[in-house]
Design a protein around this ligand. Structure first.
Ligand SMILES: Cc1cc2nc3c(=O)[nH]c(=O)nc-3n(C[C@H](O)[C@H](O)[C@H](O)COP(=O)(O)OP(=O)(O)OC[C@H]3O[C@@H](n4cnc5c(N)ncnc54)[C@H](O)[C@@H]3O)c2cc1C
Length: 437
């Protein structure tokens, strides 16, 4: 431990704890304005993590505004104009097409998150007023009328004291900034969702002739069965990513019979999957990437000297495929308010950021409501719920206005959940339409 007197002291306008997508987006908005910004992250760096995520039209719009979309499109990715929803026999229930949405782009990009983070970080490297510091953990902070004093510890054990006018918590679902600031208190909810996911990444052979057509086909496919979800999609020409629902009730039993029955089942949905998964090590249960799913729903996101963004403020169920995109939108809304507040005084106060909270929190709440409903319906093993789900999916696929609502909401710019009447119409339309193939 370093003594108080030995601690190195630095001064910045904004310190961000965490260098996730929210922090990187915020820094990209503020950097050209000349503010001194420090991003601290306890990770060693932006090293590759073979996961897949969707950048929705909302995120694409933000990247375009930052002049980074073209650059992202030069990195490995897959462009999706639609996603297929299929039942557990592999029959098509619905195809959701982005061109039917009211978002700014008729497509989404599937990427490995580090690719996008690296594009954002590279752009910051041309701004000497922004410092990106990995291997540095925010440990404590204190706020007084003169500003915020943040303490950080490097991997080497060296501690430093940083003076700032605002501390932003982009430190994820287990946010320390949130805990220390008291923003966790109140009537909100911070808890794991009832089920979680397992993830896996597959590299296709170089020679296309060796690849079974169902694996080569980049179509994004959600297979929904009783207490089962298998999401299979492409993140580049040669990489495929999959997510599997891990029901809490089966957590211990999931691999009890080994992985062979599971892989054989998935192979009926995507022929060729089992052999490739085996060859990539997924015969071993420990190879699967555990992806816990948390809900963070708070009454307040800001106090004097502190603001939360991203998962720290509103971690949400990935059924809505929005967490990354909403973290970016937090940054877009926060940046201009913050820029004004930084010109005003030594400490950014809660009232300076009131607009940020009042514009963003209702959207996060609406997405939470939608995600809770989707979790109930999508994760269900109840035969009546499963049957109603399949009928309704088929009905949505036949009613253009409902498809528009669904893809607009998935796009992230406008949240337009189905009303009870919409759901009734979907069910009625689906009752008389058989599965497509
Ligand atoms: C299975 C799954 C699928 C998903 N799919 C999608 C999708 O398709 N589209 C989408 O938009 N979103 C998706 N998400 C959500 C998305 O991954 C997150 O919402 C997003 O990454 C959150 O970004 P963030 O900037 O808030 O924080 P994070 O990415 O959580 O980053 C937080 C950072 O803070 C650092 N940190 C933590 N504590 C400290 C500390 N004390 N000091 C310094 N650093 C600290 C961590 O090292 C980490 O780097 C998915 C999530 C899951 C689980």
């Amino acid at each position: 431990m370093t003594s108080e007197a030995e601690k190195k002291t630095e001064a910045f306008d904004v310190v961000v704890s965490g260098a996730g997508i929210g922090a990187l987006t915020l820094a990209n908005y503020l950097a050209p304005l000349g503010f001194r910004i420090l991003l601290l992250d306890k990770r060693p760096g932006l090293s590759p993590v073979h996961r897949g995520e969707l950048v929705q039209p909302l995120g694409l719009d933000i990247l375009e505004e930052l002049s980074l979309l073209e650059e992202l499109r030069t990195t490995p990715h897959t462009l999706y104009r639609s996603f297929d929803f299929r039942d557990w026999q592999g029959r098509l229930l619905m195809r959701s097409r982005y061109e039917r949405g009211r978002g700014p782009y008729p497509f989404a990009l599937a990427i490995e998150p580090h690719q996008m983070d690296q594009v954002m970080a590279k752009n910051l490297s041309s701004h000497p007023n922004v410092v990106l510091r990995f291997g540095a953990e925010m440990t404590t902070f204190a706020v007084d009328g003169q500003g915020v004093t943040v303490t950080a510890r490097r991997d080497s054990g060296e501690e430093s004291r940083i003076l700032a006018r605002l501390l932003v918590g982009d430190d994820g679902r287990h946010s320390r900034v949130r805990e220390l600031s008291g923003l966790s208190l109140g009537n909100g909810r911070i808890a794991p969702y009832r089920d979680s996911y397992l993830g896996g990444s597959l590299l296709l052979p170089e020679d296309e002739k060796e690849i079974p057509p169902a694996l080569l086909d980049p179509t994004g496919r959600y297979f929904l069965g009783p207490r089962s979800i298998f999401f299979f999609f492409s993140v580049s020409a040669r990489r495929r990513f999959f997510l599997l629902l891990l029901p809490d009730s089966d957590r211990d039993a999931f691999f009890s019979r080994g992985t062979a029955p599971l892989l054989a089942r998935l192979d009926t949905l995507v022929p060729g999957f089992a052999a490739l998964a085996q060859s990539e090590g997924y015969g071993d249960p420990s190879r699967y990437l555990p992806l816990p799913v948390w809900k963070v729903d708070l009454d307040r996101w800001c106090i004097d000297g502190v603001a939360l963004i991203g998962d720290a403020a509103h971690a949400m169920n990935p059924h809505v495929a929005q967490g990354r995109n909403q973290a970016m939108e937090d940054a877009r809304v926060l940046a201009p308010l913050l820029a004004k507040a930084l010109l005003r005084g030594p400490l950014v106060r809660r009232e300076d950021l009131q607009d940020y909270e009042s514009r963003r929190r209702p959207i996060a709440r609406a997405l939470h409501r939608l995600a809770d409903e989707m979790t109930f319906v999508w994760n269900s093993g109840n035969p009546a719920v499963v049957a109603a789900r399949e009928i309704s999916f088929r009905g949505i696929g036949r009613l253009a206005d409902l498809e528009t609502k669904i893809v607009t909401t998935i796009g992230g710019s406008v949240i337009a959940p189905l009303t009870p009447l919409d759901k009734l119409r979907a069910f009625a339309a689906g009752l008389f339409s058989p599965p497509h193939d």
